[in-house]
Design a protein around this ligand. Sequence first.
Ligand code: 13P
Ligand code: SF4
Length: 317
Amino acid sequence: PAQYEEWAAEVRRLADERGAVVLAHNYQVPEIQDVAHHTGDSLYLSRVAAQTDAREIVFCGVHFMAETAKILSPSKTVLLPDLDAGCSLADSITAEQLREWKAEHPGAVVVSYVNTTAAVKAETDICCTSSNAADVVRSIPEDREILFCPDQFLGAHVKRVTGRENIRIWAGECHVHAGISPSDVRSQIAAHPDAEILVHPECGCTTSVLDLVSNGDLPADRTRVLSTGGMAEAAAATTAKQVLVATEVGILHQLRALNSGTQFIPMNDRAACRYMKMITPAKLLRTLQTGYGAIEVPDETAAKARRAVEAMIAIGE
Ligand code: 13P
Ligand code: SF4
């Protein structure tokens, strides 16, 4: 629509004027995904934030993502268009809880998902995202015990694919992905028996989908567990007529734009993250007009957290 064209032109003009790069996560609303300079998954966006020459980073995503960008580029201004855009998964472990857990398991290596606060990252040895979690775990010597937090479904998935036994998993979850259940999977597969299946490892249904594959009820070559960035690559390459997608519904915009010949169907169409949707077109414009939303991380916390995030970024480079 015309009003969005005007808005998009103004966003790009103000971003140029401020020397800002606009980043958007794959779960953002379509207008924001389309106007951003870079749209992608958590790992990709952290890499862009670490490498950009821009003076300022406007992060259209949630708080922990903007905080990660600030940790990686401390001399830059990082703006989040709504500072209340949180994350239920990041809220499922505090730095204090992690310190207590570490005290119970001295000598263990702490692996934290990037969906955590800077204070939790500061207590972490190495971070991971959904696209590199298995590689991060494989990089840790076999004889070292691992404390994995905070996502129980990603933790269980990593344990399964790496075969690692000495890994303890925190019982946190993302309310959106936990809500995509085995019963959603059963009913959607029954309704779309020939569809390919893409599952985000934070989903509550991940184990049951993979059990269906091991039982021979789902073909292994049509079923994949992927980060949102991995889903975008798979969507661009597929020749399937239908693909069932188990993750936050914002990704569908990206997948449909990449491949108009395939029908992308949500595994659960109520899987929307209200935090991601707090970043509206109007709030993005406000941030570019006023500089609202500066992220601050205390120097000492940032320095400790940076080690854990940089250790992650170095893997696979
Ligand atoms: P990825 O984009 O890294 O797959 O992360 C998903 C997520 O839950 C972010 O909120
Ligand atoms: Fe957090 Fe879940 Fe929302 Fe991602 S989808 S930001 S993990 S609450």
